[in-house]
Design a protein around this ligand. Structure first.
Ligand code: PXG
Length: 464
């Protein structure tokens, strides 16, 4: 397929700068520089308006699990648009795609996670979760159980509710967040915060912060704990093995609800259908989005256990979105799940590509700038440091070095993100071992260029 009538890049950039407000962007600075304009994609590769081909190390925004260019999804959307482009499920009606998708998700989800409330995104789904858990406890006769405990540097979306659950200080600083009755505990980030403890000791210590927080608030006021199995937007923070079993113990001891935010880790990212299966976590609610449709349509939701769903069913739940269970999005999600399942994509992540990435990416740990090179499934990160031995941070403002590294990566036609001074990837799940090798080779070249840059600018200095 060739693109016709593609205006010149400079013209597109000027219009973009004049009229398009980008998310999570200093738009003034971007306007001066000009956005890179992506025009098409196939498999794991993007093409920009100048014809350059990039490896998409981020699967879009952690979502294009089956890769780009799958005609079956376009055809499923076209069929559904012709048959029933829209209908709601509010007032005693339902439709085939929402019914089939809910049933399929109940089938795929572990344990008694058998009920689905649909949303248009992960943020909306987490807003739903706040309402769900508070209404659950109200119906149980414990309306004072309203507090939700979450984690600093967790990410749960950008709506008022989602951003409040998230623990991103820069987000809370804008717009008066968090909303009431959401509190945060520290994250299980051993490399950055573990000090002299072993990873296992530190994992236990950080899990026990949950118990301390529950006791400080009073267990009778705590509704739920929410966390990502592996933090994504926070920098691909992989918790020590001791962390989740201890969290599970504490949640059970105090009878609070556990919400696993599977927006990134769901649908194969960690080599199982859901991240909680890879850690043995037993949540009452899972948040889903992104890989549910591989990003081909905006759709998210909450998969809810029998106990919570049956309780909520006792009364009218005064909540919903125009696009809850949107038929076109649901039809596309169903087709995406069929492809993930029938093509054995998740099994291949588990057996082949995740172990391959672990080895190839792990070798980057020998680079002088890299403090740790870790992965779980097809999520991976590097901690950049001026001194590996002491796990030192840079003297420069956090994120300065990460941004420099990201710019070289983009120049090398590799989409690799930075979060502060961590570099992260989460490629499409269909990436091959050969493409992983190519990705890692570009990442190594990027690290070499970054090191040379820091040396030339005298920036290879540790913070005091
Ligand atoms: N939960 C998690 C774990 C996420 O990663 C959301 C909820 C919200 O989903 P929606 O569909 O509302 O965006 C996310 C989204 C980043 C970045 O910088 C990550 C996300 C979104 C935007 C930026 O890595 N994750």
């Amino acid at each position: 397929m060739t693109l016709t009538n593609l205006p010149p890049t400079a013209e597109l950039q000027a219009l973009d700068a004049a009229h398009h407000m980008h998310p999570f962007t200093a738009n003034g600075a971007l306007a001066t520089k000009g956005a890179r304009i992506i025009t098409r994609a196939e498999g794991v590769r993007l093409t920009d308006s100048e014809g350059a081909e990039l490896i998409d190390g981020m699967a879009g925004l952690w979502c294009v699990n089956i890769g780009y260019g799958r005609r079956e999804l376009a055809e499923a959307a076209a069929r559904q648009m012709q048959e029933l482009p829209y209908y709601n499920t509010f007032f005693q009606t339902s439709h085939v795609p929402a019914i089939k998708l809910a049933a399929k998700l109940a089938d795929l989800a572990p344990g008694d996670l058998n009920h689905v409330f649909f949303a248009g995104s992960g943020s909306e789904a987490n807003d739903t979760n706040i309402r769900l858990v508070r209404q659950y406890w109200a119906l149980k006769g414990a309306p004072e159980r309203r507090v939700i405990i979450a984690r600093r540097n967790g990410y749960h979306g950008s709506t008022m509710g989602g951003a409040s659950l998230g623990g991103m200080a820069a987000m809370h600083a804008q717009g008066g967040l968090p909303i009431a009755d959401i509190v945060h505990i520290d994250q299980p980030y051993w490399w950055g915060e573990g000090g002299e403890m072993s990873p296992e000791e530190f994992g236990l210590a950080r899990a026990r912060l949950l118990e301390e927080q529950i006791l400080a608030i009073g267990p009778e006021r705590v509704a739920a704990f929410i966390a990502e199995p592996v933090q994504g937007a926070g920098g691909v923070i992989i918790p020590p093995e001791s962390y989740w079993p201890e969290i599970q113990r504490i949640v059970a001891k105090y009878g609070i609800l556990l919400i696993a935010d599977e927006v990134i880790t769901g649908f194969g990212r960690l080599g199982h259908w859901f991240g909680c299966q890879s850690y043995g976590i037993r949540p009452h609610i899972m948040t889903i989005a992104k890989g549910l449709s591989s990003g081909y349509q905006p759709i998210g939701g909450s998969i809810v256990c029998d106990e919570v769903a049956n309780t909520i069913a006792q009364d009218e739940f005064n909540h919903g979105y125009t696009y809850s269970g949107h038929p076109v999005a649901a039809a596309v999600a169903l087709e995406n799940l069929r492809i993930l399942e029938e093509e054995g994509i998740i099994d291949r992540v588990h057996a082949e590509t995740a172990p391959h990435l672990a080895q190839a990416w792990g070798r980057l740990a020998d680079h002088p700038l890299v403090g740790e090179a870790v992965s779980r499934g097809l999520m991976a990160s590097l901690a950049l440091t001026p001194d590996k031995a002491t796990r030192a941070k840079f003297q420069s403002e956090p994120g300065t070095v990460g941004f420099i590294c990201r710019e070289y990566s983009f120049g090398n036609n590799l989409v690799m993100r930075h979060v502060g001074d961590r570099m992260i990837i989460a490629p499409p799940l269909v990436i091959t071992p050969a493409d992983i090798d190519e990705l890692v080779a570009r990442a190594r070249k990027t690290l070499d260029q970054t090191l040379a840059h820091l040396q030339a600018e005298g920036m290879l200095k540790a913070a005091a």
